[in-house]
Design a protein around this ligand. Structure first.
Ligand SMILES: [Zn+2]
Length: 243
């Protein structure tokens, strides 16, 4: 693969050094729904060394309109395993490790051992809080991304350099994609923004989404970023937190 033209355009864009860093990287993708499947595909195409594919759910027919790693014959199979099979077929240069598991304190050691970066592709606040705490403790950068309806949000969190997720995240509203729906267009944008941030963090050590929240409303044509501030009393990273 190294001697073919497969990565030619990417190397021209990223530079040989940045591409080489990508080829050595191990990334965990937490959640393999719409956002996670697209992000895993983009990362596999970009040539990362290893993908940890984490999901505890089975493929359902209702997933197929916005995912890109599954077909009708995969319905009923574990998402993690179906994703690994797809990726190994088309991207043999990537080691896809399927992990049929929920991200929790009891599984985190297995899921994140040796990981360079984490992509949050979950669809719930409690998993993001868990990712935030573990990544902060282990100094692992991670990229938050979410899609709901026509809206997209994303941010890069780098422990000890940016505000953490708990510093600025909104309280739980009880809304979920299964209740309000989500467009496949929003999912694809969320993945593109997320993976670009991940590629930047791996290849050059920084991302333009650090200390910023990317927000888009595709129906309204709104694309903005807003600055994020550290909360000194944050329960996870604040210097004034009560322990
Ligand atoms: Zn914080």
């Amino acid at each position: 693969m190294q001697n073919t033209s497969f990565f030619l355009r990417q190397v021209r864009a990223l530079g040989a050094t940045g591409h080489s860093r990508l080829r050595k990287a191990c990334v965990a993708v937490i959640g393999l729904g719409g956002v996670g499947s697209h992000s895993a595909l983009l990362l596999a195409q970009s040539g990362v060394r290893e993908l940890r594919l984490v999901d505890r759910d089975l493929v359902e027919e209702s997933n197929l309109s916005r995912t890109c790693l599954f077909g009708g014959s995969d319905v009923g199979k574990p998402k993690a395993e179906a994703a690994a099979v797809f990726l190994s077929r088309y991207f043999p240069h990537v080691e896809g490790i399927p992990l049929f598991a929920q991200f929790s304190s009891s599984t985190v050691r297995l899921l994140l051992e040796g990981v360079d970066l984490v992509l949050d592709c979950s669809d719930n606040h409690s998993t993001r809080e868990a990712i935030n705490e573990v990544c902060w403790q282990r100094s692992i950068p991670w990229v938050y991304a979410g899609a709901q309806g026509f809206r997209v949000m994303a941010s890069a969190i780098v422990p000890r350099r940016t505000p953490c997720f708990a510093c600025w995240s909104l309280p739980r509203t009880g809304e979920s994609c299964s209740l309000v729906g989500v467009m496949n267009t929003a999912v694809a944008v969320a993945s593109s923004v997320q993976v670009q941030s991940a590629v930047d963090l791996i290849s050059q050590g920084r991302s333009s989404l650090e200390k910023k929240l990317f927000f888009a409303d595709l129906k309204k044509g709104v694309f903005v970023t807003k600055p994020l501030s550290k909360n000194l009393s944050c329960a996870v990273c604040g210097i004034k937190r009560i322990t």
